[in-house]
Design a protein around this ligand. Structure first.
Ligand code: SUG
Length: 446
């Protein structure tokens, strides 16, 4: 077995981070619509979380925010003229479309792609399928830029295969790694891949909230990645109805440990059986289940206990759960979290991290990162300028302090100055992260 580590690639929060209520079924997004955001604080929180991970000795990378407002999108739907005019006209004629063009949602990198490590891929490369995110308009604008971003971060085609997103059809609705869990004995060894889906392509979906992932999307991804040992459990309809719009709101797993809520899977017994069968001869899975009685789904969604990062930390023999501060604030979730650490189970320690700006849009610590298992040689082949370090932290924090506003009401998104500020900020960022002078659409048309 080749040694490998689990790297985290976090999405940096963009200058237009805002609360507009764009995601039905994401209760925090709906509840906080209209609130004033603080993009500067949001970006600094994200950087501080990256620092926590990198200080633990885990490889950490930074993914740049996407260009917003997405003028190219607004032009594609018929707004024309100078970029400022496009923005102004869109806000007048179609504010819902203009708002979608301003979201900073690429920060939730768990939705960037589904990843298959080389140990599980038939051709021995690391495979990425950027998500098409087509259930929500604002998120459907991400796939193309995410593909470009992943090709910059993982440029060596002999080691990395960055596919195009799946066809943009509801049949292939795909939200990336937020619905994928990989279990294994060691990161570098063979794994079992749980591809958790919410609906089937030809099924009549009758849920109150959308099911964002189809089974067919994950089957296609497994095929194109040549991914071994796939199991396909169905996400519980009750979980989606309760506000768990991605499986990572009710479940997280690392190494042998699958930590999940009683209501996460439609058929928990079948899920456990399938995982055990796929893991036979490789490892013994450990299922850590939290009951509805211990943590009702409403407390789960408020606390985001399961949207924690579950980490194998160098030098620690048990896993570390990095939970959002909201878990500490919720008495029931806190009791569950502390109970885990006090037990003899696989989780030895719980830490808390403040990502409140992101949480108000329904994105916890686990949403902000894309996990990529990499061997030493693969790690060497990643764009070094995007590798997080104390120096890069300082540079990026300074960049955020200079470039980001500390207050943004939804109405401010129409401000043409925000367009200029964002572009100037992102242009500078392409130099900091060595992304090239053609990374963003505005740089290509200038
Ligand atoms: O897709 N929120 C994101 C949150 C994504 C969380 N990711 C994971 N669970 N992995 C979403 O619903 C809200 C944007 C707004 O309302 O303005 C938003 O897109």
């Amino acid at each position: 077995m080749t040694f490998a580590v689990e790297a985290n690639c976090d999405g940096l929060v963009g200058p237009t981070h805002s609360y507009v209520g764009l995601s039905p079924g994401n209760l925090a997004s709906t509840r906080n619509a209209g609130e004033v955001s603080n993009p500067r604080a949001a970006a600094l929180e994200g950087l501080a979380k990256m620092r926590r991970l990198s200080d633990l000795g885990l490889p950490q990378f930074v993914l740049a925010p996407h260009e917003r407002p997405a003028i190219r999108f607004l032009k594609s739907i018929g707004f024309s003229g100078a970029d400022e005019t496009v923005l102004e006209d869109a806000w007048k004629a179609a504010p819902a479309l203009a708002a979608a063009a301003c979201s900073s949602s690429s920060m939730w990198a768990a939705n960037a792609a589904t990843v298959t490590p080389s140990a599980d891929a038939a051709d021995g490369r690391v495979h990425f399928s950027p998500a098409n995110l087509l259930t929500n308009l604002h998120r459907s604008l991400e796939g193309e830029q995410t593909t470009r971003a992943l090709r910059r971060l993982f440029p060596d085609a002999r080691r990395f295969a960055v596919h195009d997103p799946l066809p943009a059809q509801p049949h292939f609705a795909d939200e990336g790694a937020a619905n994928h869990v990989r279990l294994c004995a060691e990161h570098g060894g063979p794994g079992v891949n749980l591809f958790v889906w919410g609906r089937q392509a030809w099924e009549d979906w009758d849920g109150a909230f959308p099911a964002r992932q189809t089974r067919e999307a994950f089957e296609a991804i497994q095929r194109r990645h040549g991914a071994a040992r796939g199991v396909f459990p169905r996400q519980a309809k009750a979980a989606i109805a309760g506000g768990a719009f991605h499986n990572d709101v009710v479940c997280v797993g690392t190494r042998q440990c699958l930590f999940f809520h009683e209501r996460a899977f439609e058929d928990r017994v079948a899920m456990e059986r399938a995982v055990r069968t796929a893991a036979a001869d490789l490892f013994e899975p450990v299922f850590v289940e939290v009951s509805e009685a211990e943590l009702p789904i409403a407390d789960l969604v408020a606390s985001y206990l399961f949207n924690s990062q579950l980490l194998a930390v160098p030098g620690e023999d048990r896993l570390v759960l990095l939970a959002p501060a909201e878990t500490r604030d919720n008495p029931r979730a806190y009791a569950v979290a502390e109970g885990l650490a006090a037990s003899n189970g696989p989780i030895g320690r719980v830490d808390y991290v403040d990502v409140r700006q992101s949480m108000r849009n329904g994105g916890g610590p686990a949403c902000l990162r894309l996990r990529v298992v990499l061997t030493d040689e693969e790690l060497e082949a990643v764009n070094p300028a995007q590798r997080f370090s104390p120096d890069l932290h300082k540079t990026l924090a300074d960049w955020v302090e200079r470039r980001y506003r500390d207050s943004l009401a939804p109405g401010d998104l129409a401000d043409p100055l925000l367009l200029t500020e964002s572009r100037e900020a992102l242009d500078e960022l392409t130099r900091i992260l060595s992304l090239g002078g053609d990374f963003y659409p505005f740089q290509r048309t200038a």
